[in-house]
Design a protein around this ligand. Structure first.
Ligand SMILES: [Zn+2]
Length: 417
């Protein structure tokens, strides 16, 4: 028995049921029926809780049912065998609960009731009437056992998943709680596809994915290292992470030789003035272009823009993405060797390698072009040569000892890995 207080009154719940019968296509769902006792006034009261699942207000509800006493014998209501009641002059808004504050007086010996919704009047005047043929028996749905963080990353639908999927001969119940006809391919409430819900929201699949999620969270660094090994199978970890110092000539070995400097001083000064003029023009052109380029590279999804639509992350499995593919990047032909995605289906890693060896000039041109595309100058990086930093992703660029250029696109949102 549950007790709760409202002011000085005390109510005792004598009977409570969450109906397992639902009428498909009904604008209203009966969620709970209870018989309660007002112990101060010694009254027996009925309280129903409904949910408006229509897309407009409901202004009247007619219910009916049969009342029984503690022995299971029928109890008359206002002299009639059948219990009937009309909620009218009401406003029940879409997707809201209604009825929990309305108590209906019952005969003193009523202890059990089965309520069904008979008619509903919608705001536009439409009268919905029950059709017993559409009534189906549903199953009790259990809430998903997993952290909110996991659930948020598991599915991107704006209507959050709540329950495990269940089905029977006449209906299937979505993770959002909606009851759908067995023939419905998509959920009426959240539009998730039945096939998708059926495979993704079973207790077994969630348990497996959740374990995996926890494992990945706890072993983030280890997994990251494994991923790097996939790309550099032959490298020892020290070599892999060591910065190839001799390769970092970019911007660094342009020191002027001093031999004969005095002799050609005036020539050098003239050339310098000329170069400065050219530089000023280039800066002007750059600033003009820069201001007209769309500022669209704010998220890691936009990395895919660099490779075109072929870099499709739709068909990835939990192991990430192993389809090696040819992608030209900044005018150099190359291959996407490894890529993986995060839990929320964003790009986690994309490793791109040039197909051919590149000399220093080609490498520097590549870096310049990448900077232009990313609309940003790189910083020097301790592990790789250069790093372009953005709010939610990094791009790394370097040339390995075999003169292969590598670009790595990497999400920085580690909570999402
Ligand atoms: Zn749904």
């Amino acid at each position: 028995m549950v007790r709760w207080g409202v002011g000085m009154k005390y109510f005792e719940t004598l009977f409570k049921v969450n109906p397992l019968k639902v009428e498909l296509d009904a604008p209203l769902v009966l969620q709970e029926t209870a018989i309660i006792k007002d112990t101060v006034d010694d009254k027996i009261l009925l309280r129903n809780i409904f949910v408006n699942v229509a897309n407009q207000d409901i202004v009247a509800i007619a219910i009916k049912g049969t009342l029984k006493d503690i022995f299971g014998e029928n109890v008359k209501y206002n002299g009639q065998d059948e219990f009937t009641y009309v909620y009218q002059d009401i406003i029940c808004e879409p997707n809201t609960i209604f009825g929990n504050k309305i108590s209906i007086d019952l005969p003193r010996d009523a202890r059990k009731i089965e309520v069904v919704i008979e008619k509903v009047v919608l705001l536009d005047g439409t009268v919905w009437k029950s059709n017993p043929e559409n009534i189906v028996t549903i199953q009790r749905q259990h809430e998903i056992e997993a952290s909110d963080e996991f659930i948020n990353s598991y599915d991107t639908n704006s209507i959050l998943p709540i329950f495990y999927y269940v089905e029977n001969d006449s209906c299937w119940q979505c993770t959002c709680g909606q009851v759908n006809k067995v023939s419905d391919e998509y959920c009426k409430h959240c539009s998730r596809e039945k096939k998708y819900v059926k495979t993704k929201f079973t207790k077994e699949s969630i348990a497996k994915e959740y374990q995996d999620f926890i494992y990945r969270k706890e072993h983030k660094e280890e997994l990251q290292e494994k991923l790097v090994h996939k790309v550099f199978p032959d490298a020892k970890p020290e070599e892999m992470l060591e910065k190839p110092k001799q390769e970092v000539a970019y911007h660094k070995d342009s020191r002027l030789h001093t031999d004969g400097f005095q002799k050609y001083k005036h020539v050098i000064i003239n050339i310098t003035i000329l170069l400065l003029a050219i530089l000023a023009i280039l800066i002007g052109v750059f600033l003009f272009n820069h201001s007209t380029v769309a500022k669209s590279r704010e998220t890691i999804e936009n990395i895919t823009d660099l490779f075109g639509t072929q870099l499709n992350t739709d068909n990835l499995d939990e192991n990430g993405w192993e389809n090696k593919g040819d992608y030209e990047l900044c005018d150099i032909s190359g291959t996407v060797c490894t890529a993986s995605i995060t839990y929320s289906k964003k790009v986690q890693y994309v490793y791109w390698f040039s197909d051919d060896e590149c000399n220093q000039t080609e490498y520097e041109n590549f870096l310049d072009e990448l900077s232009r595309v990313l609309e940003k100058q790189p910083q020097e990086d301790d592990t790789y040569d250069y790093r372009w930093e953005f709010d939610d992703y990094y791009v790394y660029g370097y040339k390995n000892p075999n003169n292969i250029i590598c670009a790595i696109f990497c999400s920085v949102d580690e909570d999402d890995w």
